[in-house]
Design a protein around this ligand. Sequence first.
Ligand SMILES: Nc1ncnc2c1ncn2[C@@H]1O[C@H](COP(=O)(O)OP(=O)(O)OP(=O)(O)O)[C@@H](O)[C@H]1O
Ligand SMILES: [Mg+2]
Length: 257
Amino acid sequence: MTATAPILELHDVTVAYGRRPVLWNVDLAITEPCLFGVIGPNGAGKSTLLKAALGLVPVVGGYVRFFGAPLARVRGRVGYVPQRETVDWDFPVSVMDVVLMGTYGRLGWLRRPGARERELARHCLDRVGLVGLADRQIGRLSGGQQQRVFLARALAQQADVYLLDEPLAGVDVRSQEQIFEVLAAVRDEGKLVVVVHHDLRTAAEWFDRVALIDMRLVATGPTAEVLTPDNLRRTYSGRVELLEELGRAVAERGRTP
Ligand SMILES: Nc1ncnc2c1ncn2[C@@H]1O[C@H](COP(=O)(O)OP(=O)(O)OP(=O)(O)O)[C@@H](O)[C@H]1O
Ligand SMILES: [Mg+2]
């Protein structure tokens, strides 16, 4: 591990499911803490990219490093919020229980979370605006509220890098704003926040840097330099109605100071 190593580096990463490659030769190095968007159409490989970074799917070529080290050496510093699953949360687990799970990594095996962990969990719930629901059974929340609980669980992990897969899906516009504010605050604490995201309008507004993905890395860099009509066309090729919408989003971004 060296002082100059990128926070997250994917070097020539190729991922295949069975014999079908879904990500080709992705080279990506994020050297500074920032709010980083991963953007691309459905099936582009965005979730796969996060999973490959986390070692949840094997890479068939290339390698991934966090702080210059393989994930196994820095696992506790990396938090993950998976894409929302359609799970029925029937079991009797409270919102507080779920957020406390974020603290387990630091606690080690046999210690149970105590007052300090509960305080931290409450603080994280407060950050996502759900402290009032701490005792609610997790299944009795809306989809958007569940998303915020998982974000709170990741925050409770006190990681240095967060990988979030569509944390804003199914979240209403006002809550989206609130969550972006939380993510920006986490960035301002000097952490790297990588977010898979669908909506280009909010992407242009919130992300410092982005990567456009369509099975390959189309472009990456500062948001304003990457979200150009040309790059978007290359990423969303063939999706005509989407292109019109993107054109409008980009034009609007051009009008905002
Ligand atoms: N476990 C799997 N086994 C086989 N193929 C998979 C698996 N998971 C994903 N794929 C395929 O790999 C490709 C990339 O999927 P991925 O989930 O990474 O896309 P995505 O960009 O996250 O899409 P979305 O925006 O819909 O979430 C898709 O064609 C998908 O069908
Ligand atoms: Mg996905």
